[in-house]
Write a protein that binds this ligand. Structure first.
Ligand code: NMX
Ligand code: MLT
Length: 470
């Protein structure tokens, strides 16, 4: 199966010039052949072969060099330093993310949807991330049902959130809820009972699926608590994962349900080095259970250079409108961007640690907007920013990627459908990221990946080393 995805990459280049053949052959290569509807039993089959694969890589290629570490890398946030194994997705600087080899447009085409030509169902993406296979609609429906049956949140979780002032940041309330969910960790219980290390992945799987199933309830509780007088909307047993999340937040329009399916799918995973994924993986490497690991990841996501940027973008766009009105001219917009930069601030939603072109997650959200809300004034402002900001960031001379990232677009879509509270946006990102981080955590335990512990050095060490090396 994993071989079929790598075969797919080879096929991709060979079939590049034959668009009519291309899609059907890809489809055949990666579609799940099994009719088994149970995700866990699929993993049981896959794990032994992947363990062998990793053993072989270690034995045959363990000493192969993957690059040189420079002082710039050590001082520059480890950019460009290959240092992690992350199976669920891979990021290309120019092309953007691929989930198990599939780009976002491919996922939109191939993954099962709720309706014809609709956006992918996040459960299908979860299946793909975990197994590397494209599930059938029946498999996705079975997973939807399983997630609904796991979506039970004990009252003490809500009480833990209620102990915080209602004015606390939504991410603080959300992470607190996730920490309270930890009380039910199967991994912790199993570890206390002395589980054999070869079985670690099993309670990790249970925790992960429970966590993924439960975080929308916790997130929706936080939203309704802060913005809707605490009037909670229960899960609807007839809805899929993304639609249910939107429903529990209080948004039931068919377009918003589609947006939420797309949103949860595209924010789920962005290879392993981003702050939230890396934090989750690092904390889990100490055998902390998925709840502890994911709560840590959320705290990284809550930083303004990472996930909180989606909040910052809408607040910034609204401040532009407040100051200059909706019909702002290009010259006024340029002036506003320069004012932001001269104030020692970043332009939120632009730039990236790895990407060097427009983020395909931005592009697919733009396509959604063109289809569903082309006349929205804030969407039109976002489109103007696409023209105005990159040349200015390029002119600065130091910005490595002047193009927009995922966060440049998401806020205006949510705002259009009535989810206007920018401070809440990062919680949505967090719910989605549970899919990617937890999928990889299951594989971390299945593959027996070790404690993460890189070497650090001091400035004295660096000076001394470089003197000797000169
Ligand atoms: N506005 C102003 N300055 C920027 C921007 C921007 N959008 N992007 C990069 N720079 C600056 C950066 O602050 C740094 O300045 P200095 O040397 O004075 O510290 C310089 O350009 C070089 O940075 P890069 O190497 O291009 O970017 P880096 O990899 O360090 O950081 C980000 C990547 C994403 C943190 C950065 O581009 C940024 O701050 N963007 C705005 C915040 C944002 O949108 N974050 C969301 C990223 C996506 N996500 O969801 O996580
Ligand atoms: C993400 O989705 O995690 C962000 O784009 C940041 C990153 O990849 O570094």
């Amino acid at each position: 199966m994993f071989r079929s995805v790598s075969l797919l990459s080879k096929l991709r280049s060979r079939l590049g010039q034959q668009p009519s053949l291309k899609d059907s052959v890809r489809w055949l290569q990666i579609q799940s052949s099994s009719s088994d509807l149970d995700l866990r039993s699929q993993l049981e089959e896959l794990i032994p072969e992947q363990q062998e694969r990793l053993k072989k890589i270690k034995a045959e290629h363990g000493k192969v060099q993957l690059g040189n570490i420079t002082v710039d890398m050590v001082l520059g946030g480890m950019r460009g330093m290959t240092g992690l194994l992350w199976q669920t997705s891979l990021l290309d600087p120019d092309e953007g993310i691929r989930f198990r080899g599939l780009s976002i447009p491919e996922c939109q085409k191939i993954l099962p949807a709720a309706k014809p030509e609709g956006e992918p169902l996040p459960e299908g993406l979860l299946w793909l991330l975990l197994t590397g296979k494209v599930p059938s609609k029946e498999q996705v429906d079975a997973l939807s049902k399983e997630l609904r049956s796991r979506a039970v949140v004990p009252d003490f979780v809500y009480k833990a959130i209620d102990a915080l002032p209602v004015t606390s940041h939504p991410m603080t309330q959300f992470a607190t809820g996730v920490m309270a969910l930890q009380v039910q960790s199967e991994f912790q219980k199993a570890y206390e009972k002395g589980i054999h290390k070869s079985k670690y992945w099993e309670p990790t799987y249970e925790d992960s699926l429970n966590l993924i199933a439960r975080v929308p309830l916790v997130a929706a509780y936080v939203y309704r608590r802060i913005y809707k007088d605490g009037q909670v909307i229960p899960l609807d047993d007839s809805l899929d994962y993304g639609a249910n999340f939107s429903h529990m937040l209080g948004f039931d329009s068919p377009k918003m349900l589609e947006l939420m399916r797309l949103y949860v799918t595209i924010h789920s995973d962005h290879e392993g080095g981003n702050v939230s994924a890396h934090t989750g993986h690092l904390v889990a490497s100490a055998l902390s259970d998925p709840y502890l690991s994911f709560a840590a990841a959320l705290n990284g996501l809550a930083g303004p250079l990472h996930g909180l940027a989606n909040q910052e973008v809408l607040l910034w766009i609204k401040s532009v409108v407040d100051e200059c009105g909706e019909n702002i001219t290009v010259d006024q917009l340029k002036e506003y961007v320069w004012k932001t930069l001269k104030g020692g601030k970043v332009v939120p939603g632009f730039g990236h640690g790895v990407l060097r072109k427009t983020d395909p997650r931005y592009t697919c959200q733009r396509e959604f907007a063109l289809k569903h809300l082309p006349d929205d004034p804030l969407f039109q402002l976002v489109s103007k920013l696409y023209e105005v900001v990159p040349p200015i960031l390029t002119e600065l001379g130091k910005v490595k990627n002047p193009w927009p990232n995922v966060d440049a677009h998401s806020g205006v879509l949510l705002n259009h459908f009535g989810l206007t509270e920018a401070r809440y946006f990062t919680v949505l990102f967090g719910v989605s990221r549970s899919l990617g981080i937890c999928s990889q955590l299951i594989w971390d335990r299945a593959l027996g990946l070790p404690l993460e512990r890189p070497k650090s050095v001091t400035m004295e060490w660096l000076e001394d080393y470089c003197k000797k090396a000169a």
